[in-house]
Design a protein around this ligand. Sequence first.
Ligand code: ZN
Length: 259
Amino acid sequence: MQPPFNWTCPYCDRDQSVTENNYSTGEIFFQARGTRGSLGLKASIIVCANPQCEKETISATIMNWGYWNGPRRFANNKPIKSSRLIPDSRARPQPEYIPKPVRDDYDEACRISDLSPKAAATLARRCLQGMIRDFCGISERSLALEVRKLRELAENDNAPRGVSFESIEAIDHVRKIGNIGAHMERDVNTIIDIDADEANQLIGLIEMLFHEWYTAHHLREERLDNLKKLAANKLRIREENTNQIDPAVDDDQVENKDL
Ligand SMILES: [Zn+2]
């Protein structure tokens, strides 16, 4: 990728255009050859342009190289492995109004989703359960029962604001992936077979619900709060103006009386 290009910082979540000032790359062409042929390493660093962040994101790609039209260069279309070195987790920064135990489970699930999808899925499901208990106020003996209860509430129009049928459907959809559904019926902490893609789908659902539930709720509260402050401020200004006008009115009356 050549700058400028659009990018979102994984630390502060700020969208930005990456320029040559905060981006650089390096290339190594290894001479030793194994069964994979001539290998090389292409690495890049992006420094976040947000002055409050300025953190580094470093990625590396292993590729084959060869001589094409004279100079040696990478076979650009065939990366053998591409990986972000730091930050080493796909976790996106989450706001503090989401309960810490829920955020911690999410962070850890992201950190291990490639290395141990089973453990990541277990954490992701616990995170999902924590959200249903905290945000929806539903606590049953299993996640399956909690989801069922949530669906009942939604059908009776009593689900917490922001909990849509679509999000409940999404939870159900993820529950149906592989063996997750069957095991979720029994115990949220049961470890089952799952691959990295499935674990990432669970994590993706959690991110969606963070946004639809907590962030939407927070923004609504914030807007209402601002509206309240605005109204109180207007009232205060009106009262101040009234107090200033009153003496003037008295003066007028005094003047009129003199006339
Ligand atoms: Zn940043």
